[in-house]
Design a protein around this ligand. Structure first.
Ligand code: HEM
Length: 142
């Protein structure tokens, strides 16, 4: 199932502002994630210093290519492999997703209208489903 045209439109329109504030958003996201779901902390024990930059870059790339998801294929594979190595599971996705949406609200303030948040919610869980499906395949080969 593809993303709705409205979601694609809103994500594309807000991609530059998300990218501009990418680091602030992902830094805030980790604060919220670790405060609300401390059990996720240990997953990041080997994470590089620039982890939040990688996540910001992934979000920005996703936003820029929202109507052309095929180009993200390689990136998806890299993320899925890293996630399986660090034991990321399906149940972690809502934790990160909700933390990310809260962080977008905190950083963008009034610009984060309900339409914007709903569009990013749909987009996040769309990408999450792609990653979860690939990660299941990789776990099954272990
Ligand atoms: C759509 C959602 C997500 C995106 C776009 C995303 C993106 C990324 C990216 C770009 C990397 C770096 C990959 C690399 O090293 O090449 C990464 C690694 C990682 N992600 Fe995610 N991620 C998502 C969901 C999650 C979830 C739900 C968790 C679980 C809490 C998680 C935990 C991690 C961990 C532990 C690493 C590895 C850190 C390390 O290098 O040790 N991610 N993710």
């Amino acid at each position: 199932m593809a993303l709705s045209p409205k979601t694609q439109e809103i994500c594309k329109a807000t991609a530059p502002v998300i990218e501009e504030h990418g680091e602030a958003i992902t830094t805030r996201m980790y604060e919220i994630l670790f405060a609300n779901y401390p059990e996720t902390k240990s997953l990041f024990s080997d994470a590089p210093e620039n982890q939040h930059k990688l996540l910001a870059a992934a979000i920005a790339a996703y936003a820029a290519n929202i109507d052309n998801l095929d180009v993200l294929g390689k990136a998806v594979e890299g993320m899925a492999q890293r996630h399986v190595k660090t034991k990321v599971k399906e149940e972690h996705y809502p934790m990160v997703g909700l933390s990310l949406l809260e962080a977008i609200k905190d950083v963008l303030g009034d610009a984060a209208t309900d339409d914007v948040i709903n569009a990013w919610k749909e987009a996040y869980f769309f990408l999450a489903d792609i990653l979860i499906a690939r990660e299941k395949e990789i776990y099954a080969t272990k």
